[in-house]
Design a protein around this ligand. Structure first.
Ligand SMILES: [Fe+2]
Ligand SMILES: [Fe+2]
Length: 146
């Protein structure tokens, strides 16, 4: 059993977003392995950077979908993304400069953040996108003068 396993509870029922979340879970598991195995500073930095880069790419994917479909909750959703991105960047800077270590608390925080965000925030986006795609193309109203 991994530190964090994928399960249906984490599905937002939108394939592209689920695929990104599965990759994020892999990267969090890799970071957890680096912390428990006592990887070198370079190895742990590499795991953190991979998580940072993919987290940013994933947020761009979601925000692009939100903009394309005029998602009503884009602002509060993006605030959550920006807050985590800033926390990750700050942590990475402190880790690289030797001011912070890669503790279990940090990895548990990331796991909790991801699961809570998926279950409480991304799920609504998934439902919106599924509904948006299910809508038939708009049919013009028949002319009243016809
Ligand atoms: Fe997400
Ligand atoms: Fe999100």
């Amino acid at each position: 059993m991994a530190f964090l396993d994928w399960s249906d509870i984490l599905s937002v029922h939108y394939r592209l977003i689920d695929a990104d979340h599965k990759k994020l879970i892999d990267l969090i598991n890799r970071l957890h392995d680096a912390s428990v195995n006592g990887d070198s500073h370079a190895g742990a930095t590499n795991a953190l950077k991979q998580l940072m880069d993919f987290t940013k790419a994933h947020f761009v994917h979601e925000e692009t979908l939100m903009r394309k479909t005029a998602y009503p909750q884009i602002i509060p959703h993006k605030i959550e993304h920006d807050r985590l991105t800033k926390q990750l960047e700050d942590f990475l800077n402190r880790f690289e400069s030797g001011q912070a270590g890669l503790s279990q608390d940090t990895v548990v925080f990331l796991r909790t953040w991801l699961c809570d965000h998926i279950i409480e925030v991304d799920i609504h986006l998934g439902r919106w996108l599924a509904k948006f795609e299910a809508q038939p193309a708009e049919v013009p109203e028949p002319s009243k003068n016809a």
